[in-house]
Design a protein around this ligand. Structure first.
Ligand code: C5P
Length: 238
């Protein structure tokens, strides 16, 4: 398989065509953005760390029957994934109140939720990814009802599997964002799973090991992402 022309450049990744029409080549960049692109910086090695962390999470999920786009880790910054028609719906799964949810429901940061909460956002940078519900998704044709049944089931299964995995490395999975796409008509988990789109808290120290360090200028971003990779490797690469 060979890398062909660039198809798309996003905020954190570049996507290239390959000689296989069913597979695309992903390159992880070091750019970090927050607040809908208002805050922007280069974080040395972030692309390498997120590429490796995402590959470990996707391998773990694939081994547990979650249908994902992941094909193969190529090198430090690159991986192969199945080509997807991305559904324009971002799915946020939450186990504790944090970030925008804390404000919305008036709960202190860290409050354990009685059960996981799923939220949907319309993936549109121009609109700032507004929150939507399943009626918007159905009416606008962003996904079918059948696809949304799959999306919700996979999202909740991923949550259970990741809570369990992170628990074993002393990390609280506070919340995370997933994206889904269609490949030959099948709903697959796409995008990435990394400290860029998850909140990971150290269970003992409550230290933030994720992008909140960047959002709130806490420093030590690269070190935090490195710590997530180190703990995952210690658990998964045996
Ligand atoms: O900001 P908020 O509390 O709504 O974010 C919930 C979770 O979704 C966080 O883990 C955050 O990193 C992730 N997220 C994301 N991309 C967005 C919005 C939120 O990865 N556009």
């Amino acid at each position: 398989i060979e890398k062909l022309e660039q198809l798309y450049e996003g905020k954190a990744k570049k996507v290239y065509k390959t000689t296989d029409p069913d597979i695309v080549w992903i390159e992880y960049k070091d750019s970090a953005t927050a607040f809908n692109g208002l805050k922007k910086e280069e974080i040395p090695n972030k692309g390498i760390l997120n590429n490796r962390i995402t590959a470990l999470f996707f391998q773990y999920l694939e081994e547990r029957a979650i249908p994902t786009h992941f094909v193969e880790l190529l090198n430090d910054r690159e991986m192969l994934v199945k080509a997807l028609e991305i559904l324009p719906v971002e799915v946020v799964v939450r186990n504790r109140a944090a970030g925008s949810l804390g404000k919305r429901i008036g709960q202190e940061e860290g409050t354990l939720l009685p059960k996981p909460i799923l939220e949907f956002y319309y993936k549109d940078d121009g609109l700032g990814d507004p929150m939507i519900n399943e009626y918007h998704i159905d009416a606008m044709g962003w996904a079918t009802k059948e696809q949304m049944i799959q999306v919700k089931e996979i999202a909740l299964q991923v949550n259970s599997l990741l809570i369990d995995l992170m628990e074993q490395v002393n990390i609280d999975l506070v919340d995370f964002k997933l994206e889904f796409g269609l490949h030959k008509g099948q709903v697959l988990l796409g995008d990435e799973i990394s400290p860029d789109n998850c909140r990971f808290w150290d269970q003992e120290t409550k230290e933030r090991l994720d992008k909140d360090r960047f959002r709130h200028d806490l420093g030590g971003i690269e070190e935090a992402y490195q710590e997530i990779l180190r703990r995952l490797e210690s658990k998964l690469l045996t």
